[in-house]
Design a protein around this ligand. Structure first.
Ligand code: 5GP
Length: 117
C-alpha cells in the first residue's frame, strides 16, 4: 500500500488540523501556507490523486467538493458577489500540484489577479 498523503493523515486525525467543514465525503481545513487572508483546502475522504484521475464512480464526491465550497464561503461571508471567492484545482507539475490527493483551494479575503501566475 502506498504511503498516506499529508491530507489523508489530517483526515484520519493522525496530524492535528482544526476542520472548518466536514461531511460524509469531504473535509476542509486551513492551508498551512495561505496565499490569501482566507485559504482553505477542501479534500475528499476517498483518496483520488488528482482531478483528471477521478472516475464516474467519483461523481458524488466531486459534487460534494463544490457544494462544500459554497457552504464554507457562505459561512465565512464571502458568498455575496461584492466579495466573492476563487476555487482552484491544480493537476500535475505545470499547474503547481504538490500533494497527490485531490484538493480544491478556496481563496478569499482580497482581490485576486487574473490571469493567475
Ligand atoms: P497544491 O500545490 O498541491 O495544489 O496544494 C497543496 C497545498 O497544501 C499547498 O497550498 C500547501 O501549502 C498545503 N499544505 C502542504 N502541507 C500541508 C500541511 O501539512 N497542512 C496543511 N494544512 N496544508 C498543507
Amino acid at each position: 500500500m502506498s504511503e498516506k498523503t499529508i491530507f489523508q493523515k489530517i483526515i484520519d486525525r493522525e496530524i492535528p488540523a482544526p476542520l472548518v467543514y466536514e461531511d460524509e465525503l469531504v473535509a476542509a481545513f486551513h492551508d498551512i501556507h495561505p496565499q490569501a487572508p482566507t485559504h482553505i483546502l477542501i479534500v475528499p475522504k476517498k483518496v483520488i490523486p488528482r482531478v483528471g484521475e477521478a472516475t464516474p464512480e467519483d461523481q458524488a464526491t466531486l459534487g460534494a467538493l463544490l457544494l462544500a465550497a459554497g457552504h464554507i464561503a457562505e459561512k465565512l461571508g464571502f458568498k455575496d458577489r461584492s466579495h466573492g471567492f476563487r476555487l482552484v484545482i491544480n493537476h500535475g507539475k505545470d499547474a503547481g500540484e504538490t500533494v497527490p490527493h485531490l484538493h480544491v483551494h478556496l481563496l478569499a479575503g482580497r482581490a485576486l489577479d487574473w490571469p493567475p501566475g
